[in-house]
Design a binder for this molecule. Structure first.
Ligand code: NDP
Length: 317
């Protein structure tokens, strides 16, 4: 396992990490969450990602129970605030919700601080000054060590960095965007000007496009799979053309390349994400221990991707 710096900043995180969306508190109960976290940590993962919204707080609460068996300094824990509830002040990035959301997350996690606190989405209703000032204050209070953004535009990140500089406040250090073989434009093109300029790192989500890049949907939708369980997500994928013949052909080509290397399609797809030097960590989502055992091997598979294979994979989507 390699440990990468988060952009230009001092924090080091494992190149693959463990996420908790739709899994902790849903497909994984407390016991299986404990097993998955244990395997991850024993095999070099030091970074675990969650959010106040995941399973309505249950993902954080479960993680909190599981974390008791580890030394806090050995782990990098992140959570995200934005969707805290239905009330007018429980959602978004107002000073009130940022502070209350952070306190509530820490209570569920049974932690004094998180290492990274993300603003889970941009909030056009709140002035950027309010967000930057509050995040800086959260850092100064010791509730979080670094702050980041998730699915913010390059323009919004740049605005936050400029305001932070003006206020002598801590800027966002990391963005959490979607990045995989299918959806790559934002990470590769939109953010290109801000990586060096502000030293931003990325912790990327859905490396398998919710499992599509494992090849599990090539012959239809298996019962109990993510797209079977969450119809809204299946609809989103359908709208993005995932089940169109052209896309299926490209996915089959990825499978052929993986077969040729003697690895799985999931391992190859995750390894491809790791080839991008702007990726600080690839967040793995797993609904079973077996998936984690398979996917974590991507750290070795990245060394099998030759320039020729890399450029073919890049040209597919
Ligand atoms: P993936 O795209 O890797 O999807 C993970 C899902 O794919 C699993 O839960 C499983 O679903 C399936 N899968 C994984 N490995 C395999 C395999 N080897 N074979 C077959 N199926 C497999 O990642 P996620 O979408 O889960 O994202 C990763 C993490 O990123 C999240 O847990 C979360 O922490 C973070 N995230 C952040 C977001 C943000 O807005 N900031 C948004 C989304 C995620 P199943 O078995 O149920 O089919």
């Amino acid at each position: 396992m390699e440990y990468r710096k988060v952009g230009k900043w001092g924090l080091k995180i494992s190149e693959v990490s463990l996420g908790s969306w739709l899994t902790f508190g849903n497909q994984l109960d407390l016991n299986s969450t404990r097993q998955v976290v244990r395997y991850a940590v024993e095999n070099g993962i030091n970074f675990i990602d969650t959010a106040e919204a995941y399973a309505n707080g249950i993902a954080e609460a479960m993680l909190g129970m599981v974390l008791k068996e580890y030394r806090r300094e050995d782990l990098v824990i992140s959570t995200k605030v934005f969707w805290g509830g239905d009330g007018p002040n429980q959602k978004g990035l107002s000073r009130k919700h940022l502070l209350e959301g952070t306190w509530n997350s820490l209570k569920r996690l049974q932690l004094d601080y998180v290492d990274i606190l993300y603003c889970h989405r941009p909030d056009p209703e709140v002035p950027m000054e309010e967000v930057v000032y509050t995040m800086d204050q959260i850092l100064k209070s010791g509730l979080a060590f670094y702050w980041g953004t998730s699915e913010w535009s390059a323009e919004e990140i740049e605005q936050a960095c400029k305001i932070a500089e003006k206020m002598n406040a801590m800027p966002p250090v990391v963005e959490q965007p979607q990045y995989n073989l299918i959806f790559k434009k934002r990470v590769e093109e939109e953010y290109a000007p801000i990586y060096e300029k502000y030293g931003i790192g990325t912790t990327i989500w859905s490396p398998l496009a919710s499992g599509v890049l494992s090849g599990k949907y090539l012959e239809g939708i298996p019962e109990g799979s993510r797209l079977d369980r969450w119809p809204w997500l299946r609809k989103t994928m359908e709208e993005r053309g995932i089940f169109q013949e052209e896309t299926l052909q490209k996915l089959k080509r990825i499978k052929e390349i993986a077969d040729g290397l003697g690895v799985t399609m999931a391992q190859l797809s995750i390894a491809w994400c790791l080839k991008n030097p702007h990726v600080s960590s690839v967040i793995l989502g797993v609904s079973s221990l077996d998936q984690l055992k398979e996917n974590i091997k991507a750290v070795e598979v990245k060394n099998l991707i030759t320039d020729e294979i890399y450029s073919e994979l890049n040209s597919l989507f």
